[in-house]
Ligand binder design. Structure first.
Ligand code: MTE
Length: 301
């Protein structure tokens, strides 16, 4: 009886361990994205559209994820999101605009796609280099014509606990929401990504469409977006709702402003040994520092 109980407990904990620490899965080849433009290397490096750092392998990018709608275990997201259905899909762009509009996925995929090789720095202290494919958010916003009162842009992830099983739990206030100032949203580095490594975005990385803002901590880059609203006031954001003293609205990568529980001075590049120094604005200061001229970056963390 005792042995059976012990064996049962051992089997159960093995199962639990496997669920929390599944072996990495090989990402099945996704649909290829063709007609992707890329600036010349010199041009791309100068504008920040590409960095010279070594790319993080696809296997790592797709097996080490934060996507709480599926799992709170980084290695568990790939499994939990396998088979996530992304069609039909639509993104409503609304609020303080002259021409509100719902874009279906095929319309979104018709925007001229560009490759952008960006660093992604998570507030938890790890980083990657990802070859995204997408289009500048400003191209989408131009279509709806923000009016003169619009100063902020709010983003919302799909809310559907049947397709995103962890939304049945209360670990976060669902849906996941994020926001940017309008000038940040219009910046050429801010993109809506629909792919990576030449193929459509895998579910675990935010399929079918996600925001990517490379100079901000990774949690600002909201995944699986269904709504974008132009607003006059700063919108609430998920991690700020959870812990406002830890996660601010701006959340620009800044090695000089420590998180209340840990330093932000260094980071672990996934696949590298040791830690490297974190760069102000994640290395994009030349492109974005002017957005924050005169602002106190400690108060506006
Ligand atoms: N978006 C949604 N909807 N849900 C999430 O849990 N996690 C964020 C961000 N976007 C998250 C999200 C965090 S904390 C990070 S670091 C990045 O996604 C991770 O992106 P990646 O898994 O593609 O590397």
């Amino acid at each position: 009886m005792q042995a059976a109980l012990l064996a049962g407990t051992a089997a159960a904990s093995t199962l639990l361990y496997r669920r929390l620490n599944p072996p990495p899965i090989e990402q099945p080849a996704g649909q290829k994205l063709t007609e992707v433009t890329a600036a010349s290397k010199t041009e791309a490096l100068k504008s920040g559209f590409a960095v010279d750092d070594k790319l993080t392998p696809l296997q790592s990018i797709t097996n080490y994820n934060n996507f709480y709608e599926f799992s709170t275990s980084k290695s568990g997201v790939a499994y939990a999101s396998e088979g996530f259905v992304t069609r039909p899909w639509a993104v409503s762009v609304e609020g303080l605009v002259n021409k509100p509009r719902v874009f279906d996925l095929d319309e979104l995929l018709k925007f001229e796609l560009e490759e952008r090789i960006y660093r992604l720095r998570c507030v938890e202290g790890w980083s990657m280099v990802i070859p995204w494919i997408g289009f500048p958010l400003n191209k989408l916003l131009e279509k709806v014509e923000p009016n003169s009162q619009a100063r902020y842009v709010a983003f919302q992830t799909l809310l559907d606990p049947k397709r995103m099983p962890n939304q049945s739990t209360g670990i976060l206030d669902w849906p996941y929401v994020e926001g940017l100032r309008l000038d940040e949203a219009m910046h050429p580095l801010t993109i809506m990504a629909t792919g990576m490594y030449g193929e459509v975005l895998p579910p675990q990385d935010g399929a079918p469409i996600r925001l990517v803002v490379p100079w901000k901590y990774g949690f600002k880059s909201i995944k699986s977006v269904v709504k974008i609203s132009l607003l006059a006031e700063e919108p609430p954001t998920t991690w700020n709702i959870q812990a406002s003293d830890e996660y601010g609205f701006y959340s620009n990568v800044n090695p000089n402003v420590p998180h209340p529980r840990w330093s932000q001075a260094t980071e672990q590049r996934i696949g590298e040994y040791g830690r490297r120094k974190t760069l102000l604005f994640n290395g994009y200061a030349d492109q974005v520092a002017k957005l924050y001229e005169g602002m106190d970056l400690v108060r506006n963390y």
